[in-house]
Design a binder for this molecule. Structure first.
Ligand SMILES: CC(C)(COP(=O)(O)OP(=O)(O)OC[C@H]1O[C@@H](n2cnc3c(N)ncnc32)[C@H](O)[C@@H]1OP(=O)(O)O)[C@@H](O)C(=O)NCCC(=O)NCCS
Length: 324
């Protein structure tokens, strides 16, 4: 059976940097609190660019690093919960703007911060089933457009960003060894962003503002437990041990969640990739952005075992293990 080999990575973040000190001027917060409670120092915020724009840039960078023509792709999946439009999908927009062939499959998946790993799971299954030979998988979010910039509990946490990988069907031992995706809709209201779009004259319910809302404390506890369990599931499925992991690339939501996850696995600091301080929580963009950065820095070497784990609204959680 074919395996999905990651043959290219790419990312894009907007150029505007919003530092903690800038947020002090908008809401009642301070740099020390944000760093101590989250680990975030700054984040990138779009100023003119859209979700589609940054997704296209990340996708083009992934193709360039793979040395692959857009004409060779047969599948595009984008994980996002902040698309520019309800339809067409972000993936369709990317298809037309990178010059991919007409008629290939292109669609989005909605799993909030787990969006990239959900998209990776689906693409991997297409490849293993022999349906796809080259799949472009994107994680992208622009939370700056759904965050309530008057709410200090949430606006300090998020940033905008996109990342992408190119998967190629290959034989051999390298590639994606496992993917697992999960959800529990019973906890949906812990982290959500309503759409207030029903303009029908027959619809009497007054619209809720579309800002995202979050129960931070409760989520924190569930995130620590769930990310730990997701890592264990991936290890058990692949028959690997925690000491076999060369690098953990977790969803970048909060430094304390990341450290707790690493501690549960018994992983030393140097085996955990963190760039949260520079970008904040970029939702579905977070893992592919961190992966691309790690690859460019030379942190990832051929044969390395990489464990990805994510957690997000839905609630959703997911993992993947890759032999690089
Ligand atoms: C949001 C989060 C950072 C808050 O950290 P916390 O240590 O739980 O802080 P609390 O919510 O208990 O608040 C502690 C105090 O800090 C205050 N506070 C909250 N946000 C603040 C801010 N930006 N600046 C300064 N003070 C703040 C609170 O009002 C509270 O004050 P009080 O004690 O006077 O009531 C943390 O709960 C978290 O990261 N949760 C997970 C969120 C997440 O990752 N969501 C995305 C999932 S993908």
């Amino acid at each position: 059976m074919n395996r999905s080999l990651i043959t290219g990575t790419g990312s894009h973040v907007p150029s505007v940097i919003l530092k903690n000190q800038d947020l002090e001027k908008i809401v009642d917060t301070n740099n020390e609190w944000i760093i101590a409670r989250t680990g975030i120092k700054e984040r990138r915020i779009v100023d003119g660019e859209t979700t589609n724009d940054i997704a296209v840039k990340a996708a083009k960078n992934a193709l360039k690093s793979a040395g692959t023509s857009p004409k060779d792709i047969d599948l595009i999946i984008a994980g996002t919960v902040t698309p520019d439009m309800l339809f067409p999908s972000t993936a369709c927009f990317v298809q037309s703007h990178i010059g991919a062939n007409r008629g290939i499959a292109a669609f989005d998946v909605s799993a909030a911060c787990s969006g990239f790993l959900y998209a990776l799971d689906v693409a991997d299954k297409y490849i293993r089933a022999g349906i796809s030979k080259k799949a472009l998988v994107i994680g992208v979010d622009v939370f700056s457009k759904i965050v309530d910039w008057k709410d200090r509990n949430t606006c300090v946490l998020f940033g905008d960003g996109a990342g992408a990988v190119l998967l190629s069907a290959e034989k051999g031992k390298r590639g994606i060894l496992s993917t697992h995706i999960h959800a529990d809709g019973h906890y949906g209201k812990m982290l959500y962003a309503p759409l207030s779009i029903n303009s029908s004259p027959f619809h009497k319910k007054s619209p809720e503002h579309s800002y995202m809302k979050m129960q931070g404390n409760e989520l924190f506890k569930i995130a620590v437990r769930t990310m730990g369990e997701a890592c264990q599931e991936a290890l058990e499925y692949t028959g690997l041990k925690a000491e076999d992991i060369s690098l953990l690339i977790p969803h970048q939501a909060n430094m304390r969640i990341i450290k707790a996850t690493a501690e549960r696995l018994g992983l030393p600091e140097e085996k955990v990739y963190i760039n949260l301080d520079k970008y904040g929580n970029t939702s579905a963009g977070s893992i592919p952005l961190a992966l691309d950065e790690a690859v460019k820095k030379g942190t990832v070497k051929s044969g390395d075992i990489i464990l990805f784990v994510a957690f997000g609204g839905g609630l959703t959680w997911a993992s993947a293990i890759v032999r690089w």
